[in-house]
Design a binder for this molecule. Structure first.
Ligand SMILES: [Zn+2]
Ligand SMILES: [Zn+2]
Length: 146
């Protein structure tokens, strides 16, 4: 049963991460931290953008949790694992599939096309306000229509 509980923590962490990143994106990045996040709404110079600091921060936090929990494999380890998995999904969907930071990753999958449409709407705005669709994996139903 302990295995089920651990899997539960990982799945819950992934779901919570979508909620947390939605809230951070909406209230912090398009708020007081706009001076960093705006580098993601403008033309990028070079491969790195200042906004990547957020991903590095999350990765560092996840690695730290994994490190302090790895001896006993307690909840901290599994929360760190969940954050890491969310980070990998985010990286593949957002940076690779939506923004094409590598060689094109193309797909006609209805779900992927929907979240890409929603995120492109978010990027329509190059300003702090107004903007919409702050989540990544969850978006308004209208973007998934054929
Ligand atoms: Zn944004
Ligand atoms: Zn983006």
């Amino acid at each position: 049963m302990i295995v089920l509980a651990d899997i539960g923590i990982v799945v819950l962490t992934i779901a919570l991460m979508e909620l947390i990143s939605w809230a951070m994106h909406k209230y912090l990045f398009h708020g007081p931290l706009w001076f960093i996040h705006k580098t993601h709404h403008q033309q990028r110079h070079g491969w790195f953008e200042l906004n990547d600091l957020f991903s590095i921060g999350f990765a560092g936090f996840a690695l730290w949790l994994i490190w302090i929990g790895h001896l006993t494999l307690d909840y901290r380890f599994w929360i760190g694992t969940g954050i890491s998995i969310y980070g990998i999904i985010y990286f593949i969907f957002h940076d690779w599939f939506i923004h094409n930071r590598f060689k094109a990753f193309k797909s006609d999958n209805r779900y992927l096309a929907g979240i890409r449409r929603a995120h492109k709407i978010h990027h329509k705005s190059t300003e702090k306000y107004p903007s919409e669709e702050f989540g990544l994996l969850v978006a308004s139903r209208k973007w998934f229509r054929k």
